[in-house]
Design a protein around this ligand. Structure first.
Ligand code: T4K
Length: 388
Protein backbone atom coordinates (compact mmCIF):
# COMPACT_ATOMS: atom_id res chain seq x y z
CA UNK A 1 0.00 0.00 0.00
CA UNK A 2 1.34 3.43 -0.92
CA UNK A 3 1.96 5.69 2.09
CA UNK A 4 0.61 9.23 2.47
CA UNK A 5 3.03 12.14 2.18
CA UNK A 6 4.37 13.52 5.45
CA UNK A 7 4.11 17.12 4.28
CA UNK A 8 1.29 18.54 2.16
CA UNK A 9 1.76 18.47 -1.59
CA UNK A 10 -0.11 21.44 -3.03
CA UNK A 11 -1.23 21.89 -6.59
CA UNK A 12 1.54 24.42 -7.04
CA UNK A 13 4.51 25.76 -5.12
CA UNK A 14 5.97 29.04 -6.34
CA UNK A 15 9.49 29.03 -7.71
CA UNK A 16 11.84 31.26 -5.74
CA UNK A 17 15.24 32.37 -6.99
CA UNK A 18 18.22 31.80 -4.66
CA UNK A 19 17.77 33.92 -1.52
CA UNK A 20 21.23 35.51 -1.91
CA UNK A 21 20.28 36.70 -5.40
CA UNK A 22 17.10 38.30 -4.11
CA UNK A 23 18.90 39.88 -1.12
CA UNK A 24 21.46 41.34 -3.51
CA UNK A 25 18.58 42.83 -5.49
CA UNK A 26 17.02 44.24 -2.34
CA UNK A 27 20.14 46.32 -1.77
CA UNK A 28 19.26 48.24 -4.92
CA UNK A 29 15.83 49.11 -3.48
CA UNK A 30 17.40 50.12 -0.17
CA UNK A 31 19.92 52.31 -2.02
CA UNK A 32 17.28 53.90 -4.22
CA UNK A 33 14.67 54.51 -1.52
CA UNK A 34 12.22 54.21 -4.38
CA UNK A 35 9.43 51.71 -3.69
CA UNK A 36 6.64 52.28 -6.20
CA UNK A 37 5.20 54.76 -8.77
CA UNK A 38 7.17 53.70 -11.85
CA UNK A 39 10.52 53.31 -10.10
CA UNK A 40 13.78 52.30 -11.80
CA UNK A 41 13.28 48.54 -11.28
CA UNK A 42 9.77 48.62 -12.77
CA UNK A 43 11.21 50.54 -15.73
CA UNK A 44 13.96 47.94 -16.15
CA UNK A 45 11.41 45.12 -15.85
CA UNK A 46 9.33 46.79 -18.56
CA UNK A 47 12.36 46.77 -20.87
CA UNK A 48 13.13 43.11 -20.06
CA UNK A 49 9.53 42.12 -20.87
CA UNK A 50 9.51 44.26 -24.03
CA UNK A 51 12.50 42.28 -25.13
CA UNK A 52 10.96 38.94 -24.18
CA UNK A 53 7.62 39.68 -25.88
CA UNK A 54 9.15 41.64 -28.77
CA UNK A 55 6.86 44.63 -28.33
CA UNK A 56 6.85 47.98 -26.56
CA UNK A 57 3.08 47.83 -26.25
CA UNK A 58 3.14 46.58 -22.68
CA UNK A 59 1.69 47.95 -19.48
CA UNK A 60 2.45 46.56 -16.00
CA UNK A 61 -0.03 46.28 -13.14
CA UNK A 62 -0.25 45.17 -9.55
CA UNK A 63 -2.20 42.03 -10.54
CA UNK A 64 -3.86 40.41 -13.53
CA UNK A 65 -7.43 41.14 -12.46
CA UNK A 66 -6.91 44.90 -12.37
CA UNK A 67 -4.95 44.68 -15.63
CA UNK A 68 -7.92 43.07 -17.38
CA UNK A 69 -10.42 45.41 -15.78
CA UNK A 70 -8.44 48.45 -16.88
CA UNK A 71 -7.74 46.98 -20.31
CA UNK A 72 -11.46 46.63 -20.99
CA UNK A 73 -12.08 50.15 -19.70
CA UNK A 74 -9.22 51.60 -21.73
CA UNK A 75 -10.59 50.03 -24.91
CA UNK A 76 -14.06 51.37 -24.14
CA UNK A 77 -15.72 47.95 -24.23
CA UNK A 78 -19.43 48.06 -23.31
CA UNK A 79 -22.70 46.21 -23.94
CA UNK A 80 -22.32 42.43 -24.29
CA UNK A 81 -19.11 40.43 -24.42
CA UNK A 82 -19.00 36.76 -25.42
CA UNK A 83 -16.89 34.75 -23.03
CA UNK A 84 -16.29 31.37 -21.41
CA UNK A 85 -17.77 30.06 -18.16
CA UNK A 86 -14.80 27.67 -17.77
CA UNK A 87 -12.15 29.97 -16.25
CA UNK A 88 -11.11 31.62 -13.01
CA UNK A 89 -13.82 33.93 -11.75
CA UNK A 90 -11.65 37.04 -12.25
CA UNK A 91 -12.24 36.87 -16.02
CA UNK A 92 -15.95 37.57 -15.56
CA UNK A 93 -15.43 39.94 -12.63
CA UNK A 94 -13.40 42.19 -14.93
CA UNK A 95 -16.44 42.47 -17.21
CA UNK A 96 -18.80 43.05 -14.32
CA UNK A 97 -16.69 45.91 -12.91
CA UNK A 98 -17.04 47.57 -16.33
CA UNK A 99 -20.84 47.08 -16.34
CA UNK A 100 -20.49 44.73 -19.31
CA UNK A 101 -22.92 41.83 -19.69
CA UNK A 102 -21.14 38.46 -20.02
CA UNK A 103 -22.60 36.10 -22.60
CA UNK A 104 -21.39 32.61 -21.75
CA UNK A 105 -20.90 30.10 -24.56
CA UNK A 106 -19.58 26.57 -24.66
CA UNK A 107 -16.00 25.32 -24.92
CA UNK A 108 -14.15 22.84 -27.12
CA UNK A 109 -13.80 19.27 -25.82
CA UNK A 110 -10.03 18.89 -26.24
CA UNK A 111 -8.40 22.00 -24.81
CA UNK A 112 -11.36 23.67 -23.12
CA UNK A 113 -11.10 26.98 -24.99
CA UNK A 114 -14.05 28.92 -26.48
CA UNK A 115 -15.86 27.11 -29.28
CA UNK A 116 -15.77 29.54 -32.25
CA UNK A 117 -19.04 28.22 -33.72
CA UNK A 118 -20.83 28.94 -30.46
CA UNK A 119 -19.25 32.39 -30.36
CA UNK A 120 -20.56 33.24 -33.80
CA UNK A 121 -24.05 31.98 -32.94
CA UNK A 122 -24.20 34.19 -29.84
CA UNK A 123 -23.46 37.53 -31.56
CA UNK A 124 -26.23 40.14 -31.20
CA UNK A 125 -26.40 43.84 -32.12
CA UNK A 126 -25.11 44.60 -28.58
CA UNK A 127 -22.01 42.45 -28.84
CA UNK A 128 -18.85 44.55 -28.79
CA UNK A 129 -16.10 42.04 -28.06
CA UNK A 130 -14.99 38.47 -27.47
CA UNK A 131 -13.12 37.74 -24.25
CA UNK A 132 -11.50 34.34 -24.72
CA UNK A 133 -9.20 32.52 -22.29
CA UNK A 134 -6.09 30.51 -23.16
CA UNK A 135 -7.11 28.24 -20.31
CA UNK A 136 -4.28 26.16 -18.75
CA UNK A 137 -2.03 27.85 -21.33
CA UNK A 138 -3.73 26.02 -24.23
CA UNK A 139 -4.07 28.50 -27.10
CA UNK A 140 -7.59 29.34 -28.23
CA UNK A 141 -8.44 28.82 -31.87
CA UNK A 142 -6.84 32.21 -32.56
CA UNK A 143 -7.37 32.11 -36.33
CA UNK A 144 -11.10 31.28 -36.20
CA UNK A 145 -11.72 33.87 -33.48
CA UNK A 146 -9.80 36.54 -35.39
CA UNK A 147 -11.88 35.79 -38.47
CA UNK A 148 -15.16 36.11 -36.53
CA UNK A 149 -14.00 39.32 -34.87
CA UNK A 150 -13.02 40.83 -38.22
CA UNK A 151 -16.25 39.86 -39.99
CA UNK A 152 -18.46 41.20 -37.19
CA UNK A 153 -16.31 44.19 -36.30
CA UNK A 154 -15.71 43.00 -32.74
CA UNK A 155 -12.70 43.53 -30.50
CA UNK A 156 -10.82 40.38 -29.55
CA UNK A 157 -9.35 40.23 -26.07
CA UNK A 158 -7.48 37.31 -24.53
CA UNK A 159 -7.21 36.42 -20.89
CA UNK A 160 -3.74 34.92 -21.20
CA UNK A 161 -3.27 34.64 -17.42
CA UNK A 162 -1.96 31.07 -17.85
CA UNK A 163 -0.10 31.53 -21.11
CA UNK A 164 3.27 33.09 -20.26
CA UNK A 165 5.90 31.70 -22.62
CA UNK A 166 3.42 30.12 -25.07
CA UNK A 167 4.22 30.64 -28.74
CA UNK A 168 2.33 29.91 -31.93
CA UNK A 169 4.60 29.51 -34.94
CA UNK A 170 7.33 32.09 -34.57
CA UNK A 171 5.21 34.53 -32.53
CA UNK A 172 4.49 34.94 -28.85
CA UNK A 173 0.83 34.35 -28.02
CA UNK A 174 0.77 37.99 -26.89
CA UNK A 175 0.67 39.04 -30.55
CA UNK A 176 -2.78 37.56 -31.23
CA UNK A 177 -5.98 39.56 -30.73
CA UNK A 178 -6.26 43.25 -29.84
CA UNK A 179 -5.13 42.80 -26.26
CA UNK A 180 -3.90 40.06 -23.91
CA UNK A 181 -3.68 39.94 -20.14
CA UNK A 182 -0.98 37.90 -18.37
CA UNK A 183 -1.07 37.17 -14.64
CA UNK A 184 2.18 37.09 -12.68
CA UNK A 185 0.51 35.70 -9.55
CA UNK A 186 2.58 33.54 -7.17
CA UNK A 187 0.67 30.45 -8.30
CA UNK A 188 1.61 30.89 -11.95
CA UNK A 189 4.55 29.20 -13.63
CA UNK A 190 6.04 32.67 -14.08
CA UNK A 191 5.46 35.19 -11.30
CA UNK A 192 6.44 38.50 -9.76
CA UNK A 193 4.96 37.69 -6.30
CA UNK A 194 1.74 39.19 -7.66
CA UNK A 195 1.49 41.18 -10.85
CA UNK A 196 -0.19 41.55 -14.20
CA UNK A 197 0.58 42.74 -17.69
CA UNK A 198 -1.34 43.87 -20.75
CA UNK A 199 0.04 43.58 -24.24
CA UNK A 200 -1.84 45.30 -27.06
CA UNK A 201 -1.60 46.04 -30.77
CA UNK A 202 -2.66 49.71 -30.75
CA UNK A 203 0.25 51.74 -29.39
CA UNK A 204 -2.17 54.66 -28.91
CA UNK A 205 -3.60 52.80 -25.91
CA UNK A 206 -0.44 52.95 -23.84
CA UNK A 207 -0.92 56.42 -22.39
CA UNK A 208 -4.59 55.72 -21.52
CA UNK A 209 -3.64 52.54 -19.67
CA UNK A 210 -0.80 54.33 -17.87
CA UNK A 211 -3.22 57.07 -16.78
CA UNK A 212 -5.89 54.62 -15.69
CA UNK A 213 -3.55 52.66 -13.40
CA UNK A 214 -2.22 55.84 -11.78
CA UNK A 215 -5.34 57.80 -10.73
CA UNK A 216 -5.60 59.42 -14.17
CA UNK A 217 -2.56 61.66 -13.55
CA UNK A 218 -0.96 63.09 -16.66
CA UNK A 219 1.34 65.29 -14.60
CA UNK A 220 1.34 66.84 -11.14
CA UNK A 221 -1.57 69.15 -11.88
CA UNK A 222 -3.61 67.37 -14.56
CA UNK A 223 -5.96 64.44 -13.96
CA UNK A 224 -7.29 63.46 -17.37
CA UNK A 225 -9.58 60.59 -16.38
CA UNK A 226 -10.94 58.95 -13.23
CA UNK A 227 -8.25 56.32 -12.85
CA UNK A 228 -7.56 53.93 -10.04
CA UNK A 229 -4.42 52.68 -8.31
CA UNK A 230 -3.14 49.51 -9.97
CA UNK A 231 0.59 50.12 -10.23
CA UNK A 232 3.23 47.45 -9.92
CA UNK A 233 5.79 48.13 -7.17
CA UNK A 234 9.57 47.75 -7.07
CA UNK A 235 9.57 44.55 -5.01
CA UNK A 236 7.28 42.84 -7.52
CA UNK A 237 9.42 44.02 -10.43
CA UNK A 238 12.58 42.81 -8.72
CA UNK A 239 11.14 39.31 -8.30
CA UNK A 240 9.65 39.35 -11.82
CA UNK A 241 12.96 40.35 -13.38
CA UNK A 242 14.79 37.57 -11.55
CA UNK A 243 12.27 34.83 -12.30
CA UNK A 244 12.41 35.82 -15.97
CA UNK A 245 16.00 34.59 -16.04
CA UNK A 246 14.81 31.12 -15.01
CA UNK A 247 11.59 30.83 -17.00
CA UNK A 248 12.90 28.62 -19.82
CA UNK A 249 14.32 26.16 -17.29
CA UNK A 250 11.03 26.19 -15.36
CA UNK A 251 9.10 25.33 -18.51
CA UNK A 252 11.57 22.55 -19.33
CA UNK A 253 11.20 21.00 -15.86
CA UNK A 254 7.40 21.15 -16.09
CA UNK A 255 7.53 19.46 -19.46
CA UNK A 256 9.51 16.62 -17.87
CA UNK A 257 6.94 16.29 -15.06
CA UNK A 258 4.04 16.38 -17.52
CA UNK A 259 5.61 13.67 -19.65
CA UNK A 260 5.97 11.35 -16.64
CA UNK A 261 2.38 11.98 -15.57
CA UNK A 262 1.18 11.26 -19.08
CA UNK A 263 3.21 8.10 -19.36
CA UNK A 264 1.97 6.76 -16.02
CA UNK A 265 -1.70 7.75 -16.38
CA UNK A 266 -2.09 7.16 -20.10
CA UNK A 267 -3.57 3.68 -19.95
CA UNK A 268 -5.60 4.05 -16.77
CA UNK A 269 -9.25 3.36 -17.54
CA UNK A 270 -11.42 6.39 -16.77
CA UNK A 271 -8.63 8.95 -16.84
CA UNK A 272 -8.57 11.17 -19.88
CA UNK A 273 -5.48 13.15 -20.70
CA UNK A 274 -5.54 16.24 -22.86
CA UNK A 275 -4.69 15.45 -26.50
CA UNK A 276 -1.48 16.87 -27.98
CA UNK A 277 -1.38 20.43 -29.33
CA UNK A 278 -0.73 21.41 -32.96
CA UNK A 279 2.94 21.06 -33.84
CA UNK A 280 3.45 24.83 -34.24
CA UNK A 281 2.52 25.50 -30.57
CA UNK A 282 5.28 25.85 -28.00
CA UNK A 283 3.39 24.98 -24.82
CA UNK A 284 4.33 26.14 -21.28
CA UNK A 285 3.02 23.17 -19.23
CA UNK A 286 1.22 25.57 -16.91
CA UNK A 287 -1.20 23.01 -15.46
CA UNK A 288 -1.57 19.23 -15.38
CA UNK A 289 -5.25 18.44 -15.68
CA UNK A 290 -7.00 15.13 -16.07
CA UNK A 291 -10.65 14.27 -16.62
CA UNK A 292 -12.09 11.54 -14.42
CA UNK A 293 -14.86 9.37 -15.84
CA UNK A 294 -16.58 7.94 -12.78
CA UNK A 295 -18.02 4.85 -14.48
CA UNK A 296 -14.71 3.75 -15.96
CA UNK A 297 -12.36 4.84 -13.18
CA UNK A 298 -14.56 3.47 -10.42
CA UNK A 299 -14.59 6.72 -8.46
CA UNK A 300 -15.97 10.19 -9.12
CA UNK A 301 -13.70 13.21 -9.56
CA UNK A 302 -14.96 14.59 -6.25
CA UNK A 303 -14.23 11.32 -4.41
CA UNK A 304 -10.75 11.18 -5.89
CA UNK A 305 -10.16 14.81 -4.89
CA UNK A 306 -11.21 14.01 -1.29
CA UNK A 307 -9.32 10.69 -1.13
CA UNK A 308 -6.11 12.38 -2.31
CA UNK A 309 -6.35 14.76 0.64
CA UNK A 310 -6.06 11.73 2.96
CA UNK A 311 -2.66 11.17 1.37
CA UNK A 312 -1.77 14.85 1.94
CA UNK A 313 -2.19 15.68 -1.76
CA UNK A 314 -4.13 18.86 -2.47
CA UNK A 315 -5.24 18.67 -6.10
CA UNK A 316 -7.66 21.39 -7.28
CA UNK A 317 -10.83 21.39 -9.30
CA UNK A 318 -9.86 24.11 -11.77
CA UNK A 319 -12.48 25.15 -12.90
CA UNK A 320 -15.47 24.03 -10.93
CA UNK A 321 -18.14 25.31 -10.53
CA UNK A 322 -18.68 27.09 -13.84
CA UNK A 323 -18.77 30.85 -13.38
CA UNK A 324 -22.43 31.10 -14.38
CA UNK A 325 -23.26 28.85 -11.40
CA UNK A 326 -21.70 31.15 -8.79
CA UNK A 327 -24.39 32.94 -6.74
CA UNK A 328 -23.30 36.37 -7.99
CA UNK A 329 -23.76 35.38 -11.67
CA UNK A 330 -26.85 33.18 -11.37
CA UNK A 331 -29.05 36.03 -12.61
CA UNK A 332 -27.13 36.27 -15.91
CA UNK A 333 -29.31 34.68 -18.60
CA UNK A 334 -27.43 31.82 -20.32
CA UNK A 335 -28.87 30.70 -23.66
CA UNK A 336 -26.19 28.14 -24.53
CA UNK A 337 -26.73 24.78 -22.74
CA UNK A 338 -22.96 24.70 -22.08
CA UNK A 339 -23.01 20.92 -22.46
CA UNK A 340 -19.26 20.50 -22.86
CA UNK A 341 -18.31 23.06 -20.21
CA UNK A 342 -20.57 21.29 -17.69
CA UNK A 343 -19.17 17.88 -18.54
CA UNK A 344 -15.55 19.05 -18.26
CA UNK A 345 -16.15 21.06 -15.10
CA UNK A 346 -17.66 17.99 -13.41
CA UNK A 347 -14.71 15.77 -14.38
CA UNK A 348 -11.63 17.98 -14.30
CA UNK A 349 -8.91 17.64 -11.69
CA UNK A 350 -5.65 19.58 -11.64
CA UNK A 351 -2.72 17.59 -10.26
CA UNK A 352 0.35 19.04 -8.53
CA UNK A 353 2.90 20.49 -10.92
CA UNK A 354 5.76 22.77 -9.99
CA UNK A 355 9.44 22.93 -10.76
CA UNK A 356 10.78 21.45 -7.53
CA UNK A 357 8.30 18.59 -7.36
CA UNK A 358 10.63 15.62 -6.88
CA UNK A 359 10.27 13.00 -9.58
CA UNK A 360 9.93 10.28 -6.90
CA UNK A 361 7.08 12.24 -5.34
CA UNK A 362 5.24 12.42 -8.61
CA UNK A 363 5.67 8.73 -9.21
CA UNK A 364 4.10 8.28 -5.76
CA UNK A 365 1.20 10.60 -6.67
CA UNK A 366 0.58 8.42 -9.74
CA UNK A 367 0.85 5.22 -7.66
CA UNK A 368 -1.76 6.59 -5.25
CA UNK A 369 -4.18 7.59 -8.03
CA UNK A 370 -3.82 4.19 -9.68
CA UNK A 371 -4.21 2.34 -6.40
CA UNK A 372 -7.30 4.35 -5.44
CA UNK A 373 -8.92 3.66 -8.81
CA UNK A 374 -8.16 -0.09 -8.69
CA UNK A 375 -9.34 -0.49 -5.09
CA UNK A 376 -12.64 1.24 -5.72
CA UNK A 377 -13.18 -0.63 -8.97
CA UNK A 378 -12.63 -3.98 -7.23
CA UNK A 379 -14.89 -2.95 -4.31
CA UNK A 380 -17.71 -2.00 -6.67
CA UNK A 381 -17.32 -5.14 -8.75
CA UNK A 382 -17.29 -7.45 -5.73
CA UNK A 383 -20.42 -5.74 -4.34
CA UNK A 384 -22.23 -6.24 -7.64
CA UNK A 385 -21.08 -9.91 -7.78
CA UNK A 386 -22.33 -10.46 -4.20
CA UNK A 387 -25.68 -8.87 -5.09
CA UNK A 388 -25.97 -11.07 -8.18
N1 T4K B 1 -7.77 34.98 -15.28
C1 T4K B 1 -7.45 33.69 -15.06
C2 T4K B 1 -7.77 32.69 -16.12
C3 T4K B 1 -6.82 33.31 -13.87
O1 T4K B 1 -6.52 32.00 -13.65
C4 T4K B 1 -6.51 34.29 -12.91
C5 T4K B 1 -5.90 33.90 -11.66
C6 T4K B 1 -6.83 35.63 -13.20
C7 T4K B 1 -7.48 35.93 -14.38
C8 T4K B 1 -6.53 36.73 -12.24
O2 T4K B 1 -5.13 36.98 -12.15
P1 T4K B 1 -4.53 37.60 -10.77
O3 T4K B 1 -5.36 38.79 -10.42
O4 T4K B 1 -4.60 36.52 -9.71
O5 T4K B 1 -3.13 37.97 -11.14
C9 T4K B 1 -5.24 30.87 -7.63
C10 T4K B 1 -4.62 32.25 -7.82
O6 T4K B 1 -4.80 33.07 -6.67
C11 T4K B 1 -5.12 32.97 -9.03
O7 T4K B 1 -4.16 33.96 -9.33
C12 T4K B 1 -5.23 32.04 -10.22
N2 T4K B 1 -5.82 32.67 -11.36
C13 T4K B 1 -6.07 30.82 -9.86
C14 T4K B 1 -6.17 29.86 -11.00
O8 T4K B 1 -5.42 30.15 -8.80
P2 T4K B 1 -6.70 29.91 -5.73
O9 T4K B 1 -7.89 30.44 -5.01
O10 T4K B 1 -6.73 28.55 -6.24
O11 T4K B 1 -5.35 30.14 -4.86
P3 T4K B 1 -4.86 29.46 -3.52
O12 T4K B 1 -4.46 30.54 -2.59
O13 T4K B 1 -5.86 28.47 -3.05
O14 T4K B 1 -3.51 28.73 -4.00
C15 T4K B 1 -3.52 27.46 -4.64
C16 T4K B 1 -2.47 26.59 -3.97
O15 T4K B 1 -1.19 27.12 -4.17
C17 T4K B 1 -2.62 26.49 -2.46
O16 T4K B 1 -3.29 25.29 -2.18
C18 T4K B 1 -1.23 26.46 -1.91
C19 T4K B 1 -0.35 26.97 -3.02
N3 T4K B 1 0.28 28.26 -2.73
C20 T4K B 1 -0.43 29.40 -2.92
C21 T4K B 1 0.16 30.61 -2.69
C22 T4K B 1 -0.62 31.90 -2.88
C23 T4K B 1 1.59 28.28 -2.32
O17 T4K B 1 2.23 27.24 -2.13
N4 T4K B 1 2.19 29.49 -2.11
C24 T4K B 1 1.53 30.67 -2.29
O18 T4K B 1 2.13 31.75 -2.11
O19 T4K B 1 -6.43 30.95 -6.92
Amino acid sequence: MVQPFEKPIYVIRPFLPPLEEFCEGLKEIWDNHWLTNNGPIVQRFYRQLSNYFETENICLFTNGTLALQIGLQGMGIAGEVITTPFTFVATTHALFWNKIRPVFVDIEPDHYTLNPEKVEAAITPWTTAILAVHVFGYPCNVYALADIARRHNLRLIYDAAHAFGVRIGNKSIAHFGDMSMFSFHATKLYHSLEGGMLTFQDSGLKSTLDYLKNFGFKNEVEVVMPGTNAKMNEMQALMGGMVLGYVDKLIEKRQQITEIYRERLNDIAGIKLTPGLPSDVRYNYAYMSIEVNEKEFGMSRDRLYEELKKYNIYARRYFYPLICDFACYKSVAVKDPLTMARKVSDRILTLPIYCDLALDDMQRICDIIIELGCKEFKRRNSTSVEKA
